[in-house]
Write a protein that binds this ligand. Structure first.
Ligand SMILES: NC(=O)NCCC(=O)O
Ligand SMILES: [Zn+2]
Ligand SMILES: [Zn+2]
Length: 505
């Protein structure tokens, strides 16, 4: 990014010129790589044509004129799905500085070919919020979908939820934090859970006790702590555990599946683990920053350095990160997202004298795959297949996108990456594609690099160059009643009713 925060790569000007590296009729053959899906890896070719994967297998014979990409020695994997982003989000009096163009450009450069962004209601109005986000997303360059946040409760919200499900949204987020802004009460949360269940949608929660956080922020500030470390001190991990556990119990009451976004602490992790062990359908999401970073930088005496690590729930001490990594490796957490919500140094500076108004959020949409590969695969904690599951396939299952997304198989969308496990690179704000002027992974030396990204059947990232065209992105509908979540719910309801009747004398 340049000094003005604008990306230095050039956008496609002509129609076909930059849009496609796919020859018109021949398609693309990715030859001789190690094809990795969530369930297996094997030496194979992948043949792409018409935006879809046509064949996967050894020594494929393909039509004359196919473009051949030599992938020998490299991993060929489904493009990443990042199910937690906030592009162009109005938040804490600012607007996140990556829009649907720059944020998606960054995603593609890092091997992510679909993201699911959190649309926010406009003054509590979900329908209007969706329209606003549709407009913002018109400049998209890759596939995307939306979750919708529910920030209050009334008949219109219930009706809007139904209308949005018909439009292709199958998940709704409830914030238990951000008092006075996005936060809902327990009653509103329960109403929302009941509605999600009727509609076959997946409720998601941000687990932090917003009342306690607001009170403790005031106390810490009054005690004279005004810098970014006050952010960490005012949001202890047990407040994350409390809210996460509360939401899990309310979801159990309603018998609805639940998705816990950005699990950042052992406390919240324990709640997810306990519920899953008891057979409850709870999905736990880690984010790259929670796995790989630690809170120490929030105590940096230089405000600009410390402020860039401020997000909620906060990045915690290393023992929490280690526990999150183990939980991801062991399957207690299933998904790695980013929570990409970026505010540049000038925007972060709004909280120079008061940590409570530092806009919350860190980068990750471009770095996620590399950070997870580096942290989890290079250390032997996860296999390449487990990496694919956590960064792509599990999201495709949760949001009912599978097998269109999340797998390399005939008929699936041609969203494919080629990763060279030997190539080394260094993450830096000087070379990344986000509009952010800083990077929380600045200076990280990574072994393993996404050399090629194919999105919608087109080569969009190759030789460190993007080939993208504004407006080529597609809104991807996500249907309700995802079989992986909703198949058993009715049976469990009947069982509960039978058990309740058995107690009647
Ligand atoms: N996480 C964060 O700090 N910012 C984005 C909003 C949210 O997900 O809570
Ligand atoms: Zn959140
Ligand atoms: Zn978020």
């Amino acid at each position: 990014a340049d000094e003005d925060g604008h990306c230095t790569f050039t956008e496609g000007q002509g129609k076909e010129l930059h849009l496609s590296s796919e020859p018109k009729y021949g398609g693309i053959l990715i030859q001789g790589g190690i094809v990795v899906n969530a369930d297996m890896q094997r030496q194979a070719d992948v043949y792409i044509n018409g935006g879809l994967i046509q064949a996967v297998g050894p020594d494929l014979k393909v039509p004359e004129g196919a473009r051949v990409i030599d992938a020998s020695g490299n991993f060929v994997m489904p493009g990443g799905i990042d199910p937690h982003t906030h592009l162009e989000m109005p938040f804490m009096g600012q607007e996140a500085c990556d829009d649907f163009y720059s944020g998606q450009a960054a995603a593609l450069a890092g091997g992510t070919t679909m993201h699911i962004d959190f649309a926010l209601p406009s003054n509590g109005d979900l329908a209007q919020g969706f329209l606003d986000y549709e407009k913002k997303a018109a400049k998209s360059v890759m596939d995307y979908g939306f979750h919708m946040a529910v920030t209050t409760w009334n008949d219109k919200v219930a009706q809007d939820m139904e209308d949005l499900v018909k439009k292709g949204i199958n998940s709704f987020k409830f914030f238990l934090a951000y008092k006075g802004a996005l936060m809902v009460t327990d009653e509103q949360l329960l109403q929302g859970f009941l509605r999600c269940k009727q509609l076959g949608a997946l409720p998601q929660i941000h687990g932090e006790n917003g009342d306690a956080v607001a009170l403790w922020q005031q106390k810490i500030f009054d005690d004279g702590i005004t810098g970014p470390e006050g952010h960490a001190l005012s949001r202890p991990s047990f407040l994350e555990g409390e809210a996460t556990g509360r939401a899990i119990r309310l979801a159990h009451l309603v018998n609805v599946p639940l998705y816990v976004v950005h699990v950042m602490s052992k406390d919240a992790l324990d709640e997810v683990a306990r519920a899953r062990q008891a057979g409850q359908h709870v999905i736990g999401e880690a984010v790259a920053s929670g796995l790989a970073l630690d809170e120490s930088r929030m105590w940096d005496p230089v405000f600009d350095v410390a402020a860039k690590y401020v997000m909620s729930p906060p990045i915690r001490s290393k023992d929490h990160g280690d526990a999150l990594q183990a939980a991801l490796a062991g399957g207690v957490l299933q998904i790695v997202a980013t929570d990409h919500a970026v505010f540049n140094s000038t925007q972060k500076a709004a909280g120079r004298n008061d940590f409570r108004v530092i806009p919350n959020g860190v980068n990750g949409i471009e770095e996620r795959l590399h950070v997870v590969w580096h942290t989890m695969v290079n250390t032997g904690k996860m296999s390449p297949s487990e990496f694919v599951r956590a960064t792509s396939t599990a999201s495709a299952h949760a949001f009912n996108l599978y097998p269109r997304k999340g797998v390399l198989a005939p008929g699936s969308d041609a969203d494919v990456i080629v990763l060279d496990p030997r190539a080394e690179h260094v993450i830096s704000a000087r070379t990344h594609h986000s509009r952010m002027d800083t990077n929380v992974y600045e200076g990280w030396k990574i072994q393993g690099k996404v050399e090629v990204t194919i999105s919608q059947g087109r080569v969009v990232w190759e030789n460190d160059t993007l080939h993208i065209q504004r407006g080529s992105g597609r809104f991807v509908r996500m249907e309700p009643f995802s079989p992986s979540l909703y198949e058993g719910i009715h049976k469990r309801d009947l069982l509960r009713q039978a058990e309740a009747k058995a107690h009647v004398v």
